[in-house]
Design a protein around this ligand. Structure first.
Ligand SMILES: Nc1ncnc2c1ncn2[C@@H]1O[C@H](COP(=O)(O)OP(=O)(O)OP(=O)(O)O)[C@@H](O)[C@H]1O
Length: 433
């Protein structure tokens, strides 16, 4: 083809019609992906996982089963077979997966690539050797003692850095929406890695169940998200705050545990003790010999700042990372934590913390009341009480996924994002190819 002919050919490409255009597009994408070594042949994954043998199965998540495998080049992988309910078109899936595979950070589980085979869609991750944090912290309680303070502090710092990367430093703003102990994997050196990012892109909103607008996990979801479906990076900050308090206390943030004297949940308990100057009482007793009291006190305060009812008052992740990198010092006073069922109310505050530069003086806050305003219909089928007690099925299945919205990096970095105002039904902001 001459140069001018090939130019014309390229110009005409978007206007070609019919299936040949689609298959051509897919072929092109496959070719690009293959060149970038992100596209895995199905046969390669069959071989690596011993034909997805049950003994290779690592577990079953909301998006489908995960299998351990080994590639011929020696790399150990985790292959997630996406649920058949992912109706996303092949081309779109490949575009999304290709972009997500560019997200690379020490504290994020790296997506090595992906595969499409007939109706099957698969994601190929680096294999992370150790358990997920929830197993160590909660499921096998006897193992909680293995996590001394230094390790827990390292996990707090690592997850904070991973989230900062997703919110601000990656090519695209990525709001995770499901930060929880179960989505933090630990490698052989106990470096934490955030799993399951970017699922919103692979499970577009219009393909999820009608009653399940809110996804996420009970006990971790910010009240504005539960109640109104408002999602911003500050919803991740809230979940991160819950995780911090869980790491310090060794307790799940759930009502059903009944472990929090005179308090509704872990956040309430921590806040009440903090107000009495006794915040250290939430500390897991197994940390007694390893804890650095100044660091623990600082982290409790960070946890409380992150879980404040008013999303505008919560710090941004860059601010959290900065605070953690400094020696423990004076921090702002946290206001009341957000509770599921809290009512949304705007109040004018006289002082706004330094972590919120860029937010307006008038701030939204959540009244501490369990009276709902009926706006729960904007969220999920679960009631506020179900969510608070962890008995809701909001996060149980693939149908509960996911929604995120648009924001610029600067908005998110400054905490002034208006992301909660508008939704991108496909769970993303536009990305460059
Ligand atoms: N990259 C990985 N390396 C090692 N194990 C992994 C990896 N990804 C997932 N797993 C394991 O596979 C299992 C299923 O994980 P997945 O993330 O799909 O679901 P989940 O976190 O259990 O639930 P949910 O989807 O509701 O968050 C878990 O036990 C998890 O620890």
């Amino acid at each position: 083809m001459t140069k001018s002919k090939s130019m014309l050919h390229n110009l005409m490409r978007p206007f070609r019609f019919g299936s040949s255009r689609d298959s051509q597009g897919e072929d092109d994408l496959e070719q690009i992906a293959a060149n970038e070594k992100k596209f895995f042949r199905f046969e390669t994954l069959v071989e690596a996982t011993n034909n997805f043998h049950p003994t290779n199965k690592l577990g079953q998540g909301g998006f489908g089963p995960v299998f351990k495998g080994k590639l011929k080049d020696g790399r150990v992988i985790a292959v997630k077979k996406l649920s058949q309910y992912s109706k996303q078109g092949k081309k779109e899936f490949m575009t999304e997966a290709k972009l997500l595979a560019r997200v690379q950070h020490r504290n994020v589980v790296n997506l090595l690539g992906y595969c499409v085979h007939g109706s099957e869609k698969l994601l190929v991750y680096e294999y992370v050797t150790n358990e997920s944090l929830d197993k160590l912290l909660f499921t096998e309680a006897s193992r909680r003692g293995e996590l001394d303070w230094k390790m827990r502090y390292g996990i707090i710092c690592g997850v904070a850095r991973g989230l900062q990367y997703l919110h601000v430093d990656s090519h695209n703003v990525i709001i995770h929406r499901d930060i929880k102990a179960g989505n933090v994997l630990l490698d052989d050196k106990w470096v934490p890695k955030i799993a399951d990012f970017g699922m919103a892109r692979l499970f577009p909103e219009d393909q999820t169940h009608v009653n399940t607008r809110v996804s996420g996990t009970n006990g971790y979801m910010a009240p504005e998200y539960v109640m109104h479906g408002h999602l911003s990076a500050k919803a991740d900050v809230f979940s991160f705050g819950v995780l911090v308090l869980e790491l310090i206390s060794g307790q799940r943030n759930s009502l059903s545990s009944g472990l929090f004297p005179d308090a509704e949940n872990l956040l309430d308990w921590a806040y009440k003790l903090y107000k009495k100057g006794r915040s250290m009482e939430i500390m897991d007793p197994t940390l007694a010999s390893s804890a650095d009291p100044d660091q623990v006190t600082m982290c409790i305060q960070i946890g409380l700042l992150c879980t404040q009812g008013d999303p505008h008052l919560r710090p941004t992740m860059p601010h959290v990372v900065l605070t953690l990198s400094r020696r423990p010092g004076t921090l702002e006073e946290p206001t009341r934590p957000g509770m599921p069922g809290s009512r949304y109310r705007r109040t004018r505050r006289t002082s706004v913390s330094s972590s919120n530069a860029g937010t307006s003086g008038a701030s939204d806050s959540y009244a501490s009341t369990t009276n709902t305003t009926g706006t729960i219909t904007a969220a999920a089928t679960a009631t506020a009480n179900e969510i608070a007690s962890g008995s809701s099925s909001v996060s149980q299945g693939y149908v509960t996924r996911r929604k995120t919205i648009t924001a610029t990096e600067n908005e998110i970095a400054s905490g002034s994002s208006s992301v909660s105002q508008g939704y991108d039904t496909r769970g993303k902001r536009p990305m460059e190819g």
